[in-house]
Design a protein around this ligand. Structure first.
Ligand code: NAP
Length: 296
């Protein structure tokens, strides 16, 4: 694989601000691999259906070795795939496509990417977690948490969306997932939680003065606040949490880890080609990608 020219890309819409080309180009350069990472901005189905199918055909023919998939196509592409990994199937969304044998396969590396980064801060399931938002990223995060032993409550401004997520992900063997509306009363009820994850876009550039956590509402003592947002690198939620004495981190680590795993799916190689032990390999890879984003 190292001598072969890589042809990768991302399917999404719009893609003006995608960091992915920088991430993967840096990985290829670091590994001494040649190749390109293309943007494929294709409008949502049904308008983009034909274009998507012809792009997927390029993966099937081997012309493209891999694709990332992002909003709004993470669920829409599934009917055209031959196979889903168990993780993608459980979550009901894909962010990585590749050819496995002759089968076009969809995987979800957001969930293990989140878990890998979370392990830097919390090394074992620690009870209850609160997830704000019930969209695509929340599905991956809730799956990752419930699978590794957290009791998860998902809160969304549309209670029905939270309930739907909890119902869809309540697979046998997963720890309990409950759903509630995103209100101050509900957030206050959850005073014993050890982890709060923001999976809404509230606070993302350019709305940097917004936070999903109501002003003045106390935080659960000792909780880690994990904001999936990585632009800006410090969100208002993170600043609120730190002012209350809590540890707060951004979604940059997750972004990096899901990209590391995607690259590995496509090439069989983790960026840096470093140790196969997860901790050391991930840290080295993160350093490469983080440098890229800082300079972006
Ligand atoms: P999504 O599918 O659109 O879901 C967003 C969720 O947030 C929905 O439940 C939505 O509710 C809710 N929401 C939106 N605006 C809100 C508001 N003003 N108040 C309360 N709830 C609100 O988006 P997504 O793909 O899950 O992404 C969510 C965030 O995660 C984004 O900031 C994204 O950049 C980030 N993300 C980070 C990574 C990473 O690697 N770090 C990966 C994926 C996503 P409605 O449906 O009612 O609008």
């Amino acid at each position: 694989m190292q001598n072969r020219r890589l042809n990768l890309g991302i399917l999404g819409y719009p893609l003006f601000h995608s960091l992915s080309p920088r991430l993967y180009q840096t990985a290829m350069e670091t590994l001494g691999m040649e190749g390109e990472y293309h943007l494929f901005p294709i409008p949502p189905v049904p308008e983009g259906a034909e274009q998507i199918q012809s792009l997927l055909q390029r993966v099937c023919s081997g012309e493209l070795q891999g694709l990332n998939v992002t909003i709004p196509h993470k669920q829409a592409v599934i009917p055209w795939l031959d196979k889903l990994t168990p993780t993608a199937s459980a979550i009901g969304a894909v962010n990585v496509l590749f050819l496995n044998g002759d089968r076009l396969t969809g995987d979800n590396t957001d969930a293990p990417g989140f878990s890998a980064d979370l392990r830097r801060y919390i090394d074992r399931p620690a009870g209850s977690a609160l997830v704000l938002g019930a969209g695509g990223a929340a599905r991956a995060v809730v799956f990752a948490l419930a699978q590794s032993g957290w009791r998860v409550r998902v809160c969304a401004r549309r209670a029905a969306q939270a309930a739907g997520l909890a119902r869809d992900l309540q697979h046998a063997g997963l720890h309990p997932i409950s759903a509630a509306p995103l209100t101050a009363d509900v957030l206050q009820e959850f005073g014993d939680c050890r982890l709060i994850v923001n999976a809404t876009p509230v606070g993302m550039t350019p709305q940097i003065d917004a936070s999903p956590w109501l002003e003045g509402l106390p935080f659960p003592a000792g909780a880690l606040v994990y904001d999936l947002i990585y632009k800006p690198p410090e969100t208002k939620l993170m600043l609120q949490a730190r002012a209350a004495g809590l540890q707060a981190v951004s979604g940059l680590g997750m972004l990096v880890e899901q990209a590391v795993l995607a690259f590995e799916r496509w090439t069989g190689i983790r960026p840096e080609g470093s140790s196969m032990t997860e901790g050391r390999g991930s840290e080295t890879s993160s350093a490469v990608f983080s440098e890229t984003i800082t300079n972006y």
